[in-house]
Design a protein around this ligand. Structure first.
Ligand code: PLP
Length: 430
């Protein structure tokens, strides 16, 4: 069949047909400084840089320029780049078995599920490929749980300024109109309350029927590194217990040691019913996980949910290598200590500055809120060899790798403070 089809093609088409790949050795030679391509959908506003190599907290671009990575691919590469243990595990796994199917047993998936369950106190895990997918699983668990209780229009309480992903259900749960605009009709079944506001949550509990769960980030990352009162999650846990609701924590950004605990809710000594993970779990290999406990852990059954790639041997091997490194290198306490060192450094130098509204953080999630929008600082920092992020318009967000050393941490403080002071100085004001 294939031979016949090729016979009837023109010579040009045949040539096009057989030469669609560049030689792999040329991939890195594409030095387009704009980092864009007509072949890509324009979904991202990309910075004009392309990285070709990384090592620990450092990245190198196509021109050989070195950058200190204080963002870790948005809280993904917690172990830094080219981590030896992860690289070894992935090479070994790629040479052994990358994918079979969830039609069959997957040894690494079972071991990773056991490991995560032991580390978190949760009972069962569903593996997905991203944060949004992990949250989709959580939302489906909540709805099915509600239906089993006889609630035919189950609703989930979500927060203003939250971020839960870009699929239709997760963008509907997300508390940011910009993420939702243009994609209406949104998925129904979400009730929104202000983050940190227990009074409104209690009022909603009193006056709304059909609620089955609360979905909340322990610290809002995309929303601006918003840290609630220390007992916020404990209070929500209490409300959920009183009402028979599921407490579902989105630990996609806060999890895997980023907060200074393996999971941020461990500061509160509470147990969620459902917890979602992704980002740091694979150190760059796509993997998401929805963990559940109690009734929630037994909600999904055969045919309710699934994923072709979710929990394949390669992704789970990456997850196991990450868990091993976190333990062996004692990176969770390191994250807490390093976070304090960074916060102290920023507060000492910028704490009294009139242009600074707040300097806050939990572990290695750090936010520096400025009095005015500061998106342009990202490009200025990049020119100075430093990768940072600005979210919620005026919050500089830092998510450095957990393997950052003290010298790199001090360099980050010195260089970033210099850039912020220059940005806030009257001559630089718009
Ligand atoms: C808290 C939180 N939830 C969900 C997501 C979505 O994850 P993904 O982009 O892997 O779908 C993100 C991503 O930034 C996140 O920070």
């Amino acid at each position: 069949m294939e031979a016949n089809r090729t016979d009837t093609m023109s010579k040009d088409k045949q040539d096009a047909h057989i030469s669609f790949c560049q030689a792999p050795s040329t991939y890195h030679e594409n030095r387009d400084r704009n980092a864009v391509s007509d072949s890509l959908m324009a979904t991202y506003k990309r910075l004009p840089v392309t990285f070709v190599r990384g090592e620990g907290a450092w990245l190198w671009d196509t021109d050989g320029k070195r950058y200190l990575d204080a963002l870790s691919g948005i809280a993904v590469c917690g172990l830094g780049h080219a981590h030896a243990g992860v690289a070894r595990a992935l090479c070994e796994q790629a040479g052994t078995l990358i994918h079979t199917s969830n039609l069959y047993g997957i040894g690494h998936q079972r071991v990773l599920a056991d490991t995560l369950a032991r580390a978190s106190g949760m009972e069962r895990v569903f593996f997905a490929n991203s944060g949004a997918e992990a949250n989709e699983a959580a939302i489906k668990i909540a709805r099915l749980h509600g239906h089993r209780k006889g609630i035919d229009q189950p609703a989930i309480v979500v927060m203003d300024n939250s971020f839960h992903g870009r699929t239709l259900a997760t963008l509907s749960a997300t508390g940011n109109r910009k993420v939702q605009a243009g994609f209406e009709p949104l998925v129904k079944g979400f009730v929104r309350v202000p983050f940190g506001d227990l009074e409104t949550l209690r009022a909603v509990a009193e006056n709304t029927t059909g609620i089955v769960a609360v979905l909340v980030e322990p610290v809002q990352g995309e929303g601006g590194v918003n840290i609630p009162a220390p007992d916020y999650l404990n209070q929500i846990r209490e409300i959920c217990d009183e009402r028979g609701w599921l407490l579902m924590l989105d630990e996609i950004q806060t999890g895997m040691g980023r907060s200074g605990r393996l999971f941020a809710h461990q500061y509160n000594g509470i147990a969620p019913d459902v917890m979602t993970l992704a980002k740091g779990l694979g150190n760059g290999v796509p993997i998401g996980a929805c963990l559940a406990r109690g009734e929630a852990a037994r909600t999904l059954g055969p045919g309710n949910h699934g994923s072709t790639f979710g929990g394949n041997p390669l992704a789970c091997r990456a997850g196991l290598a990450v868990m091993e490194a976190l333990e062996q290198e004692q990176l969770v306490p390191r994250s807490e200590k390093l976070g304090r060192r960074l916060l102290d450094g920023f507060r000492a130098r910028l704490g009294e500055h009139s242009g600074i509204i707040d300097i806050r953080g939990l572990g290695l999630m750090i936010g520096i809120e400025l009095e005015r929008p500061c998106g342009e600082l990202v490009a200025r920092a990049m020119a100075a060899g430093l990768l940072i992020n600005v979210t919620a318009d005026r919050v500089i967000r830092l998510l450095p790798p957990l393997i950052l050393d003290d010298t790199q941490a001090d360099l980050l403080v010195t260089n970033l403070c210099g850039l912020i002071e220059e940005f806030l100085s009257p001559v630089s004001a718009p």
